[in-house]
Design a binder for this molecule. Structure first.
Ligand SMILES: [Cu+2]
Ligand SMILES: [Zn+2]
Length: 191
């Protein structure tokens, strides 16, 4: 009896890992090196972003969701403008803002590391007008300088230095996590 109960829990856990309500985005710099990850997860008020980066200049950097899931270095202009399905002005402090893709600045420490939890309010990973996965997807872009929160079109945040593609499944965390679940399952069965 207890064994069956355990199996049920394992199966439920496996299904959750495959759900489209969370995914891992890999962040690349202009030379094409992977320098960190952004874990996206669906929450009530929007999409939570758990960010871990390395190799940045210490200090503040602008970060936004941009409109195309295309990160071609070294300048990442392929990512397009800020994701802005509602036609607002740029900036968290702009009276007619912000873009849906606007986020607060992140700060790299003296060693160039960033560990931050951000909230993209009003966005979703599910279907809908504000979905980060509508059409082909979007991208997460980090800039060299900090975003002043009001200047058009990008808060004077300077060149794009990191980029990660936000796309449905395939390239994302869901695909990587699922193969580990059957292994857990087998180990449990052997005992
Ligand atoms: Cu940007
Ligand atoms: Zn913006």
């Amino acid at each position: 009896m207890r064994f069956i109960f355990l199996l049920t829990i394992l199966i439920l856990t496996a299904c959750q890992a495959d759900s489209p309500t969370s995914q891992e985005v890999q962040m690349y710099n202009a030379s094409g090196d992977m320098v960190g990850t952004a874990k996206l997860n669906e929450q009530e008020e929007g999409v939570g972003i758990e960010l871990k980066l390395e190799g940045l200049e210490p200090g503040f950097h602008g970060i936004h969701v941009h409109e195309f899931p295309k990160c071609e270095g070294p300048d990442f202009t392929t990512a397009g403008n800020h994701y802005n399905p509602e036609g607002n002005e740029h900036g968290l402090m702009h009276p007619e803002g912000p873009h849906l893709g606007d986020l607060p600045n992140i700060e790299a420490d003296g060693g160039g590391l960033v560990e931050a939890e951000l909230m993209l309010a009003g966005a979703t990973l599910l279907d809908g007008k504000n979905s980060l996965l509508s059409e082909e997807g979007t991208s997460l872009v980090v800039h060299e300088a900090q975003d002043d929160g009001v200047s058009q079109p990008s808060g004077e945040s300077g060149p794009r230095i990191l980029c990660g593609e936000i796309k449905k499944d395939e390239d994302s965390g869901g695909g990587e996590e699922s193969p580990t679940d059957p292994t857990d399952f087998n180990e449990e069965q052997d005992e």
